[in-house]
Design a protein around this ligand. Structure first.
Ligand code: ZN
Length: 300
């Protein structure tokens, strides 16, 4: 199986990288992957991960709810409740930053198409990119959406979209720099990119350490913090204009982290609630304590 071994930092190019810990794939394979930090710029990433062509099997689990409509178990039920709430929140957020008549939105990693459909209902002309065949087919047949595979992304003409969204997607993309370069190209000069990412500087990330569920190796290749997002975007002539917290993510990620730790059920819910609530309170004072963050991004 082709393995990607990074010997230099994808953000700054430095070769001064060190392993910080081994993280286990609790979701699919049980395999262990090294998580490394760049000593120059602080960027954190998974190393020795399967290449884009072979990583597909690590997404194969009936529990992978981002790509399916599995409704089993309390965590999944909560996820679906959260999804409904988040759809409304996401649409309200996008609407705040986009005005005018000609609203063309691209959702990269659109999954089964729920967000795209919500955007379409609000008057956006929408298109999506999705690598997973099952999810893409669902988006096309269930909603009649224009969704193409990941190879088509690089064929999109320049300045095609004034809104580009990546909801917890950038951390999965092997072609990190190429993707951001392309995003800048297909964005209109006054366009907006909305990027939601886990934040490994968050309160819950510090509590759970290497067992923090949002490390999610090897599916999450890149582990971001506000500082490293800024450095990466800067390199691609993009800038952060606003940051928003995703308050519910701390509860969900804490619950998963407790599950991965093998905690008893009452502890899973009890402790996850405490960690989630503490993280949420801290994020009210300092947005950088939030488990996940939404970055509003413009061209420089
Ligand atoms: Zn670096």
């Amino acid at each position: 199986m082709p393995i990607i071994n990074l010997t230099s930092c994808p953000v700054c190019g430095s070769t001064d990288i060190k392993k910080v810990f081994d993280a286990a794939d609790h979701f699919s394979s049980g395999e262990v992957f090294p998580v490394c930090d760049c000593r120059e710029c602080g960027f954190r990433f998974t190393n020795n991960f399967p290449s884009e062509d072979t990583i597909g099997k690590y997404y194969n689990s009936p529990d992978y709810i981002s790509h399916s409509d599995s409704n089993k178990g309390l965590i999944n039920k909560l996820y679906h409740l959260m999804r409904r709430y988040m759809l409304t929140r996401k649409m309200n957020l996008v609407n705040r930053y986009v005005d005018g008549q000609n609203r063309r939105l691209l959702d990269i990693g659109c999954g089964t198409g729920y967000f795209l459909q919500a955007a379409k209902e609000r008057g956006f002309t929408v298109a999506g990119i999705e690598k997973n065949d099952l999810a893409r087919t669902h988006a096309i047949t269930h909603f009649g959406l224009d969704v193409k595979d990941e190879k088509s992304f690089f064929d999109i003409a320049d300045t095609s979209f004034n809104v580009i969204t990546l909801w917890h997607v950038l951390e999965h993309l092997e072609k990190l720099n190429e993707s951001l370069e392309k995003i800048n190209g297909i964005l209109t000069p006054d366009g907006t990119v909305v990027i939601a990412l886990p934040n490994h500087h968050a309160y819950d990330a510090r509590v759970y350490g290497k067992q923090w569920a949002a490390y999610d190796v090897p599916r999450h290749l890149w582990h971001f913090s506000p500082g490293t997002v800024e450095k990466l975007l800067n390199k691609h002539h993009l800038k952060i204009t606003d940051i928003h917290r995703m308050p519910l993510d701390a509860f969900y990620i804490s619950m998963l982290s407790e599950k991965y730790k093998g905690s008893s059920l009452w502890k899973q819910y009890g402790r996850a609630f405490l960690v989630g609530a503490t993280g949420f309170m801290r994020s009210l004072r300092n947005v950088e304590q939030s488990s996940s963050l939404i970055y509003i991004v413009k061209k420089k």
